[in-house]
Design a protein around this ligand. Structure first.
Ligand code: SF4
Ligand code: SF4
Length: 304
């Protein structure tokens, strides 16, 4: 199966980031230059997972006659590894990087949620928490891939920030992790968009999950909390419909000056979304007032 979705280059390899840096007269990325000890430690832990993404398969393959029971086993084990969400679906070319030839049929998705209490502490804490969560999901996918290979005797490859050819959003949507919001991230009923994903690709037979709908896409057509609070005015009101799903296309060139080209992490569109903070209205006001110190906009509450 040949992938069809173009991957945006990451970091300094991204030509759009280079273009915006040129326009701002920058030769370094402030966010990348400014790294806490904790973030560097999490990055090192993610890199330590990379050599285990793939590896030798055990000598005895366990034949699977009941994919439903197999899926339940995987989900229980993933939760023991630390996953908050686990789902499975058949791979489709849009879920794979353009031009990559993937031989596997199935993908297993995992998510671990970010703590909203950490979000309320400000940009530094948000960035540290994001890195902790990226490390957790890298660990979960690695442990699962190793278990499938060594204990079940099926090939399995882990995907995370230390290496992937998987396109996250279409897989997470198909696995029933949520609906796509105006801010461009998937929204889950319990965790909002405060979670980070990882994946395992495999031919191990498993029962599939299905997409869910709980009113997000309709709400986003009238709610403006993220777009009103976005410091770069990067979130559009208009949407396109792609394969039956509404998509609001974030203007990445307008987002970069805040999400990459300052030393404070942005992430504000997700942090202010009512699905992230449904029970934290007072905390939210204090949070936004605090964020103003870092140059963000005046807090707005237009979703009430
Ligand atoms: S990360 Fe910040 S600048 Fe980028 S879209 Fe979200 S709120 Fe706007
Ligand atoms: S803040 Fe409002 S418009 Fe933005 S993603 Fe959340 S619900 Fe949708």
């Amino acid at each position: 199966m040949i992938g069809t979705t173009r991957r945006r280059e990451q970091g300094l390899a991204d030509p759009l980031l280079g273009q915006v840096m040129g326009e701002m007269g920058l030769d370094k990325v402030p966010l990348y230059e400014h790294q806490s000890k904790l973030r560097l430690e999490y990055r090192a832990r993610i890199e330590a997972c990379t050599p285990l993404r793939n590896g030798p398969v055990g000598p005895r393959r366990r034949e699977v006659t009941d994919p439903v029971t197999m899926a339940e086993d995987i989900k229980g084990r993933a939760r023991q590894f630390g996953a908050d969400l686990v789902g499975m679906c058949a791979l489709h070319p849009v879920m794979i990087d353009e031009g990559f030839d993937c031989t596997f049929r199935n993908v297993i998705a995992f998510c671990h949620h970010e703590s909203y209490d950490e979000v309320l502490k400000g940009p530094e804490a948000v960035s540290d928490e994001a890195h902790r969560t990226y490390w957790m999901v890298a660990k979960i996918a690695t442990e699962m891939a190793v278990w499938i290979r060594e204990e079940l005797g099926w090939e399995a490859v882990a995907h995370h920030n230390g290496g992937t050819y998987i396109q996250a959003i279409p897989v997470l949507w198909q696995c029933g992790f949520g609906e796509l919001g105006k801010h461009g991230s998937l929204i889950h009923p319990e965790y909002g968009a405060s979670f980070r994903p990882s994946f395992v690709t495999t031919d191990l037979p498993v029962a599939y999950d299905a997409p869910i709908s709980f009113g997000v896409q309709d709400r986003c057509t009238v709610c403006q909390v993220c777009s009103n609070n976005c410091p770069g005015d990067a979130i559009p009101e208009d949407y396109i419909v792609d394969m039956g799903v509404k998509r609001w296309l974030t203007d990445v060139a307008k987002c970069y000056p805040y999400s990459r080209l300052r030393k404070e992490y942005c992430h504000l569109c997700v942090d202010v979304c009512p699905y992230n903070a449904p029970n934290h209205r007072d905390d939210y006001r204090a949070f936004m007032t605090d964020r103003k110190k870092y140059g963000y906009k005046t807090p707005k509450m237009s979703d009430d």
